[in-house]
Design a protein around this ligand. Structure first.
Ligand code: ZN
Ligand code: ZN
Length: 483
């Protein structure tokens, strides 16, 4: 009888020993990252200071690539037609776990690292979405995973995608379209935030489109009958789209800006342009809405005797939540814990928090981990991570890099992101990414579960077809003509 129990007991103790050593390795990874806080904080701060706009992130991408190359990663530079993109890899074979690193800033958002609104003289752009932390934190995690792979002889590949121009340029879409994620088993990523949360959350699918109307110029008083106003075309289109709003589902979103409305009222304008963003939680409904907006443009051109053409600027799939990966990430986030401020950081956060209503929040809120939830529909942002999430099981988390209650794209986000508040939040993300990747390397069954979940959600007959067709990356989209 004893022999019957011997084998299961042996297996049990072996797996218990393996679990124990993985746990010890995780603790070591956390300690290593803590010890490197100043190192990665300095890198993030450098990128924060450069604040480079989409597709112009030369210094930022070079610093991240150098950091990875120095740590022993192979670097492939300028992939998918984007000079500032890169892929850094370490290890070989399966599984392949991918991290994402963004590093672009936002125009007109320069702000000093002080808790009151204070622009930086001579600088326009600022890291109001915290992508300097995003990029650096993911690099820190990739290097930590690499060191673990190397030390333990674990098989598989850790890969970091340097993804430029998230803010409107949609760098990741071109990488997905190029097939650069086809052999990846899971993507783990994060985003700066004012709270710590790892949820399985959807976003809206979205496209950005520029409609350009072409008319005929003429003297607006002496010969207006000789002209055809391109601005009339834009205005007629906007009126029709505003009527269309009543006849689309409530979760739809359409917004526009007239990006060329002519300059002088005494000239019938020959050229005018309007930039639309169209969003919906469902890809099929979005594709239908795009056609309806295009028909408004065509109708407007016909009625105003002008011509119209349009260009897709960007197009993002909705994020496909993956509960398997997100819950794994949540468990690790709980183990890592939130951000605790020292006295200076607390005082800084309290000053920031005075600038917006935050009844229920205190500086201590940065220590909390939000309870896990699944949001199938209802996230109202859009991101180019969406396209990745349809081809690879993907999970994302937020880490408290900003004072509690801060929203993205604000001076408050730039300010805190330039201090150790940002660095500490970044480390929470780096640790959680590291631990979650270690889990996936150690437990391939979790990867299979995540894959099965993705197949179930998107259907087995899915083939990826980007929303932007075959257009090239809009490399000049953030180059402004200041005349
Ligand atoms: Zn943003
Ligand atoms: Zn962002």
């Amino acid at each position: 009888m004893k022999k019957v129990f011997l084998f299961p007991l042996f297996v049990l103790s072996l797996s218990a020993a393996m679990a124990q050593s993985l746990e010890a390795d995780k603790q070591k990874a956390i300690q290593n990252l803590d010890a490197q806080m100043d190192h990665y904080g300095a890198i993030a701060h450098e990128i924060w200071g450069w604040a480079e706009l989409g597709f112009q992130e030369q210094q930022s991408t070079a610093l991240l690539q150098k950091t990875l190359a120095d740590a022993g990663f192979r670097i492939e530079q300028g992939v998918a037609g984007m000079p500032t993109s890169f892929i850094a890899s370490y290890g070989s074979g399966k599984p392949v776990i991918g991290f994402l690193a963004e590093f672009d800033a936002l125009a007109d958002m320069a702000q000093q690292a002080v808790p009151e609104q204070s622009p930086i003289a001579g600088q326009a752009a600022g890291h109001a979405c915290g992508h300097h932390l995003f990029g650096t934190g993911s690099v820190a995690a990739a290097i930590q995973v690499k060191e673990w792979i190397q030390r333990t002889g674990t098989s598989g590949t850790i890969r970091l995608y340097g993804t430029p121009a998230e803010e409107g340029g949609g760098g990741k879409v071109f990488m997905v379209r190029e097939g650069l994620f086809n052999d990846v088993d899971a993507v783990l990523t994060w985003h700066p935030s004012s709270q710590n949360a790892a949820n399985a959350s959807a976003t809206l699918a979205a496209v950005g489109m520029k409609f350009r109307f072409h008319g005929t110029a003429a003297h607006a008083a002496a010969g207006p009958w000789r002209g055809h106003s391109a601005l009339d075309g834009v205005e007629s289109m906007d009126v029709m789209v505003n009527m269309l709003r009543e006849h689309i589902t409530p979760e739809s979103r359409i917004h526009y800006a007239i990006t060329n409305g002519a300059k002088a009222p005494n000239i019938v304008p020959a050229e005018a342009e309007v930039y639309y963003i169209i969003r919906h939680p469902d890809m099929n409904e979005l594709r239908d809405m795009i056609q309806r907006v295009i028909r408004c443009a065509e109708g407007a051109a016909m009625g105003t005797d002008t011509k119209v053409d349009y260009e897709y600027i960007n197009g993002y799939f909705n994020v496909m939540p993956n509960q398997t990966l997100a819950s794994l990430m949540h468990d690790n986030l709980e183990q890592v814990g939130g951000v605790s401020y020292n006295a200076d950081e607390k005082a800084f956060a309290m000053e920031i928090m005075k600038t917006y209503p935050s009844d229920k929040l205190t500086p201590e809120s940065a220590m909390e981990i939000a309870p896990f939830k699944v949001v199938e529909k209802g996230g109202y942002a859009s991101t180019d991570v969406g396209d990745i999430s349809w081809v690879v099981p993907t999970a994302s988390m937020g880490a408290a890099t900003w004072a509690p209650g801060t929203i993205a794209h604000s001076w408050q986000a730039v300010a805190a992101g330039g201090t150790t508040i940002g660095t500490k939040g970044m480390l929470v993300a780096a640790k959680t990414l590291t631990l979650s990747a270690m889990d996936l390397f150690a437990h391939p069954a979790r990867l299979q579960d995540a894959k099965n979940e993705l197949e179930e959600r998107r259907g087995s007959d899915f083939t990826y077809e980007s929303l932007i067709g075959d257009r090239n990356p809009p490399l000049d989209y953030m180059k402004f003509n200041n005349n």
